[in-house]
Design a protein around this ligand. Structure first.
Ligand code: SAH
Ligand code: SF4
Ligand code: F3S
Length: 472
């Protein structure tokens, strides 16, 4: 049994990160454990977690399990959880209630993984109150799932395997991708920024970049398999390479990925701190690097930014923002903003609104500050009432939506490239996809266009999406 430990998780040593190419193995028993059984997986949180679930799915598939999207049909239920805010927790515990009911009527195995599994308090609660959960696995333990599941079957007691150490880079984990046309590609794991509000550096460990040769090989294989788009994934992709022994950074990687000639290259998330001019030059030089950047602001107040440990000022952020707009034609920029951070005054909040007014973002994810146990911000005296926080969030959202709609309005009657990736969930006879600038478009189109990048004329515009039709 390995239970998580926050103090361990906070540690950063100079130990060399190991790159492992043969860690993932299955024995004969494990290859058959899932025969005639079905698994259901529910994923919460960010793209990183989505991609982890694609790895988990592939492992379960190797073990003989078939996938189901119906909870009640499953023999094995996996929850891949997120710890970023309190409401993420609540959703998970809600589903656990439903699963417990199900377990009265049917023999199921339940696995609990992801970022919440890295939290001491959560695992403590699971050990005390959720004894019926069969196994718990951390974000560093996915590669070992076959052993964990095998033990859970044979030992018939709760298996807990959560490492709080820094983790290695495993290069041979299989993947079962949700899309046939666009793919997530991890370029790094973990985060060393330790923004004071954030749990990620604890749940994901120290920053570990993958070697460029493995990333390029993955992209080349995707091209061979007909993929149109890759999104390079990391909590802070601009810091890519800083932990490697070689002289190679995000600008180099972006250029090498662009040179594979894959049709579309995207990347998330960019920390403003590490965004250098070289990167901007490369983005503007290659047509297949998409003109879309997610650039989290968090707050427009220098006092709050400092308390958050973000290491840039409002002025520096705006400077970078203007440079991006100037150098990358047609770029769209979205952001993340937190309101109600401890000690945020009305004045501080106005600074945030001021940045939003200046940047007129294409979109923004907005959040009320949520104290995470173990982070420095959770110990800060919080004198802002929930009422005020909710009020600020609402005001911010109104402003964000206004600019989002204004930006979208500019697309009316324009012709834009869209990668049609799936059937529209809202409209019959429509496919959906994203523009180069990451705008969601519902397009009246035959299914033969699935997986194709087509020119679309925008015929109507809403705050969150647009409609259009294919033009030749
Ligand atoms: N690595 C990304 C962010 C990942 S978390 C980056 O640095 O930009 C996604 C967003 O969740 C963050 O940008 C932040 O706005 C929000 N967030 C993170 N921790 C939070 C907390 N404790 N309370 C409220 N929002 C939080
Ligand atoms: Fe969290 Fe900051 Fe790292 Fe983003 S950069 S994951 S907000 S610590
Ligand atoms: Fe959530 Fe973990 Fe991602 S906390 S946002 S799933 S890195």
């Amino acid at each position: 049994m390995h239970i998580p430990n926050l103090v361990e998780a906070r540690k950063r040593t100079n130990n060399k990160v190991l790159i492992k190419t043969d860690d993932y193995k299955l024995n004969d028993n494990q290859k058959n454990l899932g025969k005639n059984k079905k698994y259901f997986i529910k994923t919460y949180g960010c793209q990183m977690n989505e991609h982890d679930s694609e790895n988990i799915s592939a492992i379960l598939s190797d073990m003989g399990y078939a996938k189901t999207d119906i909870l009640e049909e499953a023999d094995l239920i996996i929850l891949n959880t997120c710890a970023i805010r309190e409401n993420a927790h609540n959703k998970v515990f809600g589903l656990l209630g439903r699963i417990k009911h199900l377990s009265y009527t049917k023999n199921i195995m339940v696995g609990f993984g992801g970022c919440m599994a890295q939290e001491e308090v959560i695992v403590d609660e699971i050990m005390k109150k959720y004894k019926w959960i069969d196994f718990v696995f951390g974000t560093h333990n996915i590669v070992n799932l076959p052993n964990i599941i095998e033990k859970a079957y044979t030992n018939k007691k709760q298996e807990i395997e959560v490492f709080s150490c820094e983790g290695d880079v495993i290069e041979n984990i299989p993947v079962k991708r949700d899309s046939k046309y666009k793919a997530w590609v991890n370029i790094m794991y973990g985060c060393d920024k330790f923004c004071t509000y954030c749990i990620v550096p604890y749940t994901r460990g120290k920053q570990r970049s993958r070697l460029p040769k493995y990333i390029i090989k993955e992209v080349e294989d995707l091209i061979k398999n007909g993929y149109q788009e890759v999104t390079l994934l990391g909590q802070n992709v601009n810091a890519y390479g800083k932990d490697l022994d070689i002289d190679y950074n995000m600008a180099n990687l972006l250029e090498d990925v662009a040179k594979t000639k894959i049709n579309r290259v995207r990347f998330v998330t960019s920390h403003p701190w590490d965004f250098d001019d070289n990167m901007i030059d490369i983005i503007s030089k290659y047509d297949n690097i998409m003109p879309y950047i997610h650039l989290p602001l968090q707050s427009g107040s220098n006092k709050i930014l400092k308390l958050m440990g973000r290491r840039y000022t409002k002025e520096k952020y705006l400077n970078l923002f203007d440079k991006l707009k100037e150098k990358i034609p047609n770029v769209s920029i979205t952001t993340d903003i937190i309101v109600g951070f401890p000690n945020e005054t009305e004045e501080d909040f106005k600074d945030t609104l001021d940045v939003v007014d200046k940047c007129k973002y294409d979109g923004a994810f907005t959040f009320i500050f949520s104290p995470r146990i173990g982070t420095p911000a959770s110990k800060m005296q919080d004198d802002v009432s929930l009422d005020i926080k909710e009020n600020r969030l609402q005001k911010l959202n109104e402003l964000v939506n206004k600019y989002s709609k204004e930006n979208n309005d500019k697309y009316l009657n324009k012709i834009v490239p869209v990668l049609l990736e799936d059937y529209s969930s809202k409209k019959k006879d429509y496919l959906k996809g994203y523009t180069d600038t990451m705008k969601l478009v519902n397009v009246k189109a035959d299914s033969k266009y699935l997986g194709k990048i087509v020119n679309v004329k925008i015929t109507s515009v809403k705050t969150w999406s647009m409609d259009g039709e294919i033009v030749n």
